[in-house]
Design a protein around this ligand. Structure first.
Ligand SMILES: Cc1cc2nc3c(=O)[nH]c(=O)nc-3n(C[C@H](O)[C@H](O)[C@H](O)COP(=O)(O)O)c2cc1C
Length: 195
């Protein structure tokens, strides 16, 4: 859907940016290796402060480990101050990864100048790459509660996250079970021009 702008200037990139929606229903089958590589390559082509490229990607396709991360992340949020998070954490049926078959954990090197921002840029690149090849993706902040908890170090070790790196985000990937079209309405008055 074209919200604003000249219809003749809408190209494939702009279309992917506008069409991308968070997927929360995945098919169980695994994505193809070539698709995974395309998505990871998009991640490493993100911009980064000082060209640090301070990211590290941990690809998890082991069902048991994904389930363990789901359960443990929720466990850490059972008494979370935010009500919505607390409710999700206490809902047995809620799966923080929506049963996606692939999870990528994006970690940033602590001594980089802006590691979290760089990792966010890499994450968004991966979401857009996924959309461009019709793979469903969900940016996952929930799992970071586990890494920030008292069990954080244990899980950083278990996932082999390099020393000196902090895991910031997860990306859940898989084939879309449902296709979501309507983007949430955009907040108004978020742009000011000074000319
Ligand atoms: C930093 C960040 C963390 C997020 N964490 C989660 C999450 O843990 N679970 C989830 O379902 N969606 C998560 N999202 C996705 C947002 O909920 C989603 O992008 C937003 O509702 C807008 O919907 P859209 O992506 O379909 O446009 C996260 C997004 C961002 C940018």
């Amino acid at each position: 859907m074209i919200i604003k702008g000249d219809v003749h200037m809408i190209n494939e990139t702009l279309k992917v940016i506008k069409d991308r929606r968070t997927t929360r229903k995945f098919k169980p089958e695994q994505i193809r290796e070539e698709e995974l590589e395309i998505i990871l390559e998009a991640g490493i082509y993100a911009p980064s402060a000082h060209n640090d490229q301070p990211w590290n990607f941990t690809v998890i396709q082991n069902k048991e480990l994904i389930e363990e991360l789901n359960v443990e992340s929720k466990e850490m949020c059972k008494d979370f101050p935010d009500e919505l998070i607390r409710k999700m954490a206490n809902n047995k049926r809620f799966n923080i990864f929506y049963k996606a078959p692939t999870i990528i954990v994006v970690s940033g090197r602590d001594d980089a100048i802006m590691p979290q921002v760089d990792c966010a840029a890499a994450t968004q690149n991966m979401l857009l790459a996924a959309e461009s090849i019709d793979i469903g993706a969900c940016w996952n902040g929930f799992v970071s509660f586990l890494f920030r908890s008292e069990k954080g170090e244990e899980y950083k070790e278990k996932l082999n996250i390099p020393k000196g790196y902090t895991p910031y985000y997860g990306v859940a990937l898989g084939y879309k079970k449902v296709r979501i079209c309507n983007p949430p309405t955009r907040r108004e008055n978020t742009i000011q021009y000074i000319r």
